[in-house]
Ligand binder design. Structure first.
Ligand code: PLP
Length: 442
């Protein structure tokens, strides 16, 4: 669709986008029949691949019964069953789900529930939420206020709340080795500076996605932070919108550590993109005082707990379990990281390969020895992602660098990726990097 014939606002107004025709498995096809290997599941979303018949059938059957009910008038079967399945599957006492439509809304809900929790416990002054640099929690005002993502904040800084952010765990660019204890001390200091009596919760992505290109903290990191949070009566919200539902080789990425969150947010992989669906999942001890007090969650949307979306979520959950796809994400992720490390060795601009399961990041640098990033105006992530798309490979551009000065991309294919598709991915990526290196370094 030529840009001057379109009435649809797209992310870049001056660009012609290919129009998708259909998707099957890990591939998408445009109207001209060109094939694209989806190496990033769109926005790290299509975790079981495209066009899975069981999911489509479940949605069709639900749509024939009812597609929409208003949550203040009716509950519905798919939403009830999905909430029950999540309670069975998720760790600890994470037993209560509030369904929304996007990860941003899940963050907003988590903020509101944290504040209401402390109100009900007689501590209404606890209203602030702490977060880290190099983080992304969503584009709505509350969620963006918590996001330490330079580029996405920049234009709106004036209207955003701004507390000091905690440093992110970022081994590749750390000036000295930092342990969980170092970060815990920093968190403790920050809490004392602001006043623990004012802080309701701390939010973090267990493995940072878009704002940090798959940053994996070291051993004991979350255990150490959780200890500090508990000491100060501060809730731990785990943003698992990108990492959740198997992406990193466990249902929740936080399960790689021994630290159970009080609230978890899910999105993306929850419905694997078959319908808009996200969730804020709350532990028993968080819901209890609200239930015993005002008995009301003061949040929600017209499309909350939508039966069609929840039917899609249920079918996806069932498909992942039936095909043991979480384990598969762990094993093929390990292999893919090894293959990508070979590509790193051969490449002049891949400075780091990192990640867990099928959430893998490549950080691009101008000089591998000094780790100097490309200048911002080189737009290196966009150049690489665009060249890859020309080659028929979809990658997700991401931010890197402590001040957002770096660039990277996420490789996060569907868990169903076959060996042939893995080879296709690596071949197309190597070709893309070769071309871009010539263009950027001469
Ligand atoms: N939280 C995380 C960790 C994300 O990666 C994202 C989106 O990329 C969001 C929240 C916001 O989700 P949505 O784009 O569905 O609003």
């Amino acid at each position: 669709m030529a840009k001057d014939e379109s009435y649809l606002i797209k992310p870049l107004l001056d660009r012609n986008y290919p129009c998708v025709s259909y998707g099957k498995g890990a591939a998408l096809y445009d109207m001209d029949g060109k094939r694209y290997l989806d190496a990033c599941s769109g926005a790290v979303t299509a975790s079981i691949g495209h066009g899975v018949d069981e999911v489509v059938q479940a949605m069709y059957e639900q749509a024939r019964k009812v597609s929409f009910v208003y949550r203040s008038q009716f509950t519905n079967e798919p939403a009830e069953r999905l909430a029950m399945k999540l309670a069975e599957q998720l760790p600890g006492q994470l037993n209560h789900s509030f369904f929304v439509n996007s990860g941003s809304e899940a963050t907003e809900t988590a903020i509101k529930i944290s504040i209401q929790y402390w109100q009900e416990r007689g501590r209404p002054e606890k209203t602030l939420i702490l977060s880290r640099w190099m983080s992304y929690h969503g584009i709505t005002q509350g969620a963006l206020s918590l996001s330490g993502h330079y580029e996405r904040r920049q234009r709106f800084e004036g209207m955003l709340d701004r507390l000091p952010f905690l440093s992110p765990p970022y081994p590749y660019r750390q000036v000295r080795e930092m342990s969980g204890v170092d970060y815990a001390e920093e968190l403790d200091h920050l809490i004392e500076q602001i006043g623990p009596h004012r802080i309701a919760a701390f939010i973090a992505e267990p493995i940072v996605g878009a704002a940090g290109t798959a940053l994996v903290p070291g051993e004991w990191y979350y255990e150490a932070l959780k200890q500090v949070l508990d000491q100060h009566d501060i809730l731990f919200i785990c943003d698992e919108v990108m990492t959740g539902m198997g992406r990193t080789g466990k249902d929740l990425a936080i399960e790689h550590w021994d630290a159970t969150p009080d609230i978890v947010t899910l999105g993306k992989g929850l419905s694997a993109g078959y319908a808009p669906l996200a969730a804020t999942v709350v532990a028993d001890h968080v819901l209890e005082p609200i239930q015993a007090g005002s008995n009301l969650i003061m949040s929600g949307h017209t499309f909350s707990a939508n039966p069609l979306s929840c039917a899609a979520g249920l079918a996806v959950l069932h498909y992942v379990k039936k095909h043991d796809l979480v384990k598969r994400a762990a094993t093929i992720g390990e292999k893919l990281i090894e293959d990508l490390q070979e590509i790193q060795t051969a490449s002049a601009i891949v400075g780091d390969v990192r990640g867990k399961g099928l959430l893998i990041g490549l950080e691009f640098v101008k000089n591998k020895a000094t780790k100097a990033p490309f200048p911002k105006d080189a737009q290196v992530a966009a150049v690489i992602v665009n060249e890859a798309q020309r080659q028929g490979l979809l990658l997700y551009p991401s931010a890197a660098g402590l001040k957002g000065e770096g660039a990277g991309c996420l490789i996060a294919p569907p868990f169903t990726l076959t060996k042939e598709e893995r080879c296709e991915l690596l071949g197309k990526l190597a070709r893309t990097l070769e071309r871009v290196e010539k263009q950027l370094l001469g």
